[in-house]
Design a protein around this ligand. Structure first.
Ligand code: IYR
Length: 228
């Protein structure tokens, strides 16, 4: 190792059985997570959102530049503006304006089990929209010039940790990715070197919320893992 400042590092020591039990308990909790498309307007404590963003901010990332920004939108006017712009993109995606859909037949077919369409009322109903930005440049000081590294990987991991923490807090989430989503940079007043990556919609499900049956079909371990 080249010379650098260090601080001690240790973890709580668990025996194998404890490790397995902890891993299985968290797995079982994460298995309950669903992407929710039916949000009530019930409020969510801001402190829970803050804690989840702080959790996301601990994600492993390139050169510790922490190349992310979370714009938390709760004002009804901003949410409405984002909904209108997102739905305009989605109408083009689904061909809802009468033009040819931007999405291929294959893509639309892949979405048919989810029942999604151009209507995104949850963007206005849910109490919080966390608009996640990836900082292509900026470094730790966010100077807008220093090169950042592994930006998509870093911000993707941070989003996973954000969503896991929100789920642990008993909150429903939806990752929404209107395409293209450049309009979010202006709506959230972010600089040009930041790229909007996704909107994480946060709130509480309506009493009669459903999820597509398709969503619970998960690939088994034997399919998603190989041991070498
Ligand atoms: N952005 C569109 C389409 C969409 C695409 C995928 I891939 C999904 O998993 C879900 C939706 C929409 O939000 O409807």
């Amino acid at each position: 190792m080249r010379e650098h400042d260090t601080i001690p590092y240790s973890l709580e020591t668990l025996n194998d059985d404890e490790s397995i039990a902890r891993a299985q308990a968290l797995r079982d909790k994460l298995k309950q997570r669903r992407t929710c498309r039916y949000f009530s307007d019930a409020s969510v404590p801001r402190n829970a959102i803050e804690a989840a963003i702080e959790a996301a901010g601990t994600a492993p990332n390139g050169a510790n530049h922490q190349p992310w920004h979370f714009a938390v939108v709760s004002s009804p006017e901003k949410k409405r503006a984002i909904r209108e712009a997102a739905e305009a993109e989605e109408r083009r995606f689904y061909g809802a304006d009468g033009d040819n859909p931007k999405a291929s037949d294959e893509w639309l077919d892949a979405l048919s089990d989810l029942g999604t369409d151009e209507d995104k009322p949850f963007l206005e109903t849910a109490p919080y929209l966390i608009v996640v930005f990836a900082q292509r440049k900026g470094g730790i000081e966010e100077d807008g010039k220093t090169q950042n590294y592994y930006v998509n990987e870093s911000v993707g991991i941070a989003c996973g940790m954000l969503i896991a923490t929100l789920h642990e807090a008993g909150l429903a989430t939806l990752t929404h990715t209107p395409s293209p989503m450049g309009f979010l940079r202006e709506a959230c007043e972010r600089p040009e070197w930041e790229k909007p990556l996704m909107i994480v919609v946060v709130g509480r499900p309506t009493k009669d919320a459903t999820v597509p049956a398709h969503a619970v079909k998960k690939k088994p371990l034997s399919q998603i893992a190989s041991w070498l």
